[in-house]
Design a protein around this ligand. Structure first.
Ligand SMILES: [Zn+2]
Ligand SMILES: [Zn+2]
Length: 355
């Protein structure tokens, strides 16, 4: 029987279409393997071509080594411009703000061929350190209302350059989608005196059926009302409204958890295109008790069609519980070294291991 589930954070409904249900492995994307050189002389993000990008705003280097690990540069084709002063104009029914904003690119590695699911954890941690530094810095700019961090991996996820990179866009307004999540979170806090996200994570830890990876600091899970197959959320277990409040130890662990989840998707579903985004509280909500940041990974396995566009409701053909079980059982270590014997991960998971 199909089931409608409500997203607790947005109040949106999702149709879990068990009649049309697909087994998780039916979602495997069949495509030619990606094959990229580790250096492309025409790529603006490859080492040696640093002059092809606008001057960098941040560089992460290894100790005692001048070569860069991560660079942050303004987007050459930015959607918004940082040198403007935002000015709001209301003219009858029309409301506008001039195109102020910050649009930056985080070049995640000097290796053109690397992809996040297979990167060393330490490299992913360097990317998060750079993102934290940029968020902290940009939050001090009173013109900025909200910062969105995101990554597009693959053509179906909207990427235009193959060299691994993520992006950050800071806007002078808060989108209605972000506002609505904040309102729901505040309403819950007023009603129950607790963070809705902290309580949801506790509930999921007890239920266990939708968990994918659990560590002392983070929980990766399939949301109960997941709008699309294998959408995976990663929540910090410590209450934090803003991503920029993450500690050094938490960055190390987040990098490991994100990399592990992406590797499970990579090996389990054959390298799907994906987006991820960090849903952090806007600067004006720094430190609030009612909102809790999280990272959302969305593999691009299905297309948005007329029903979704017309209703805002999605049809998900994979049960979140089945997706979680499937991902738990993808053994990344064995998949990375196929000559080694297959290990059973389910037992390790049951015993509360970090598997
Ligand atoms: Zn490159
Ligand atoms: Zn919380």
């Amino acid at each position: 029987m199909p089931e409608l589930r409500q997203n607790r954070f947005t109040k949106e409904w999702v149709i879990i279409a068990t009649e049309r249900a697909k087994r998780p492995k039916d979602m495997v994307v069949l495509r030619a393997p990606r094959s990229l050189p580790s250096f492309d002389p025409r790529c603006p993000f490859c080492p040696g071509n640093e002059k092809s990008t606008p001057p960098e705003v941040l560089r992460v280097t290894a100790p005692n080594d001048s070569r860069w690990l991560v660079r942050v540069v303004p987007n050459k084709f930015a959607a918004l411009q940082p040198e403007l002063t935002p000015r709001r104009v209301v003219e009858r029914s029309h409301r506008t703000v001039n195109g102020f904003g910050v649009h930056e690119v985080v070049i995640e590695t000097s290796d053109h061929s690397q992809i996040t699911p297979l990167m060393p954890d330490s490299q992913v941690a360097s990317v998060f350190r750079a993102l934290k530094a940029r968020c902290t810095d940009l939050s001090l700019d009173s013109r900025i209302a909200n910062i969105i961090i995101f990554k597009n991996h693959g053509v179906d996820a909207g990427t235009s350059l193959e060299h691994p990179h993520s992006q950050l866009i800071a806007t002078p307004v808060i989108s209605s989608q972000v506002r609505s999540r904040l309102h729901e979170a505040l309403r819950h806090y007023d009603d129950f005196g607790e963070c809705m996200f902290c309580s949801a994570v506790e509930e999921e830890l007890q239920d266990k059926s939708r968990l994918v990876v659990v560590t002392d600091r983070f929980v990766a899970l399939e949301p109960f009302a997941s709008f699309t197959p294998f959408c995976t959320h990663i929540y910090p277990r410590r209450h934090m409204a803003n991503f920029a409040d993450i500690s050094g130890e938490e960055i190390t662990d987040l990098a490991r958890v994100l990399r592990l989840v992406l590797a499970k998707l990579y090996y389990g579903l054959h390298d799907p295109d994906f987006n991820f985004t960090i849903r952090s509280a806007p600067a004006e909500c720094a430190g609030v008790k009612y909102y809790h940041w999280y990272l959302s990974i969305i593999p691009r396995l299905t297309r948005v069609a007329g029903f979704e566009l017309g209703s805002g409701m999605y049809i998900n053909t994979v049960l979140p519980e089945a997706a979680a079980e499937f991902l738990r059982e993808v053994d990344v270590e064995s998949a990375a070294a196929p000559d080694k014997p297959q290990l059973v991960t389910a037992a390790a998971f049951e015993s509360g291991s970090r598997g």
